[in-house]
Design a protein around this ligand. Structure first.
Ligand SMILES: O=C(O)CCC(=O)C(=O)O
Ligand SMILES: [Fe+2]
Length: 257
C-alpha cells in the first residue's frame, strides 16, 4: 500500500475522514446499479434490494484496491481498539444499503456517532440535485474517548435530535457548516469514505431529486452502546422495517469472495 494511503488510514483511526476516489470502476458501478434496480423493483418491500448488500460487498472485494483498503484499515483499527479502548470488540462486519431520497427525510441531518470503530461508506450512486444530494457531512474535531455512560448520554441526545422537525435539523447543519465545524463531502460514485465513526460525528444532507445509494460497512463494535446501536441502525438504514435481523458476517469470511 502507498505510504500516503496508509498515513490517511492511520489518521482515520484517530477521527479524521479518509477519502479514496475512483475505487470502484465505472463499469462495475453500472453493473451493480443494474442489479440493484432490478432487485428494487422485484417486490414492494424492496427486500431483495436490501438483501443485496452482502453480494455487493463480496463483489467489491474483487477489486484489489478495495481489498487492500479493507484489510489494512481493519488491522489499524483493531490496533487502535487494543491500545486506546483496551476493550474487546466484536469484529463484524455489519453491512447494509442506505438510500437517500426525497421520501426518506427521516434519515437526513441526523447527527450521530456510530457504535463501531471503523466505518466504510461506498458511494454507489449520487442524487441528481447539486445542492441537496444527501452528501456526507463530517465533523472536523473528533470527540474525546467517552465512557459507557457518556456514550449512552450522547446517544440519547442525538436520538432526541432525530425527532426534531427537518427544518430545525437542517438549520443546525447549515449553521455548523458556516462555523466551520463540519465539512460537506461530495464524493463521486465509486468513492470510498473511511472513518472512525465512534470518534467522528457525521450525518447526511437531505435529497431533493433522485436517489443517493451507499453501501455502509461497519467493523469492530466495542459494545459501549448496550444494544442501542442495533436499534438505531435497524431504524436508520439497515433493513426494511419488516426485517428484524441485521446482516452479520464473520471476519473469517473477510477474504472469501
Ligand atoms: O451514507 C452515508 O454517507 C453515511 C451513512 C451513515 O453514517 C451510517 O449508516 O452510519
Ligand atoms: Fe454513521
Amino acid at each position: 500500500m502507498k505510504k500516503q494511503d496508509q498515513a490517511a488510514l492511520l489518521r482515520a483511526c484517530r477521527g479524521e475522514l479518509a477519502v479514496f476516489e475512483s475505487v470502484v470502476p465505472k463499469q462495475l458501478l453500472a453493473e451493480i446499479k443494474g442489479k440493484l434496480d432490478a432487485a428494487h423493483g422485484a417486490t414492494p418491500d424492496h427486500k431483495q434490494f436490501f438483501n443485496s448488500a452482502k453480494d455487493i460487498l463480496h463483489t467489491l472485494r474483487e477489486i484489489p484496491k478495495f481489498k487492500e483498503l479493507e484489510s489494512e484499515s481493519v488491522r489499524l483499527a483493531s490496533d487502535w481498539v487494543d491500545n486506546t479502548l483496551q476493550a474487546k470488540a466484536a469484529m463484524g462486519p455489519w453491512f447494509g444499503l442506505r438510500v437517500g431520497s426525497v421520501a426518506e427525510h427521516a434519515n437526513s441531518h441526523c447527527r450521530h456517532y456510530d457504535s463501531h470503530v471503523l466505518t466504510f461508506v461506498i458511494l454507489l450512486q449520487s442524487a441528481d440535485d447539486n445542492e441537496r444530494a444527501g452528501d456526507l457531512i463530517a465533523y472536523t474535531k473528533p470527540r474525546g474517548l467517552p465512557g459507557r455512560v457518556g456514550n449512552l448520554f450522547t446517544k440519547s441526545l442525538q436520538w432526541t435530535e432525530r425527532h426534531l422537525p427537518l427544518p430545525m435539523r437542517t438549520a443546525r447543519t447549515q449553521r455548523h457548516l458556516k462555523q466551520g465545524l463540519c465539512t460537506r463531502v461530495k464524493g463521486k460514485p465509486g468513492s470510498v469514505f473511511i472513518f472512525n465513526g465512534f470518534l467522528m460525528q457525521h450525518c447526511n444532507l437531505d435529497v431533493l431529486n433522485g436517489e443517493r445509494r451507499s453501501l455502509i460497512v461497519h467493523y469492530l463494535d466495542p459494545g459501549l452502546s448496550m444494544g442501542l446501536s442495533a436499534l438505531n441502525r435497524f431504524r436508520r438504514d439497515f433493513a426494511p422495517p419488516t426485517d428484524p435481523a441485521r446482516p452479520v458476517e464473520p471476519i473469517a469470511g473477510m477474504d472469501a469472495t
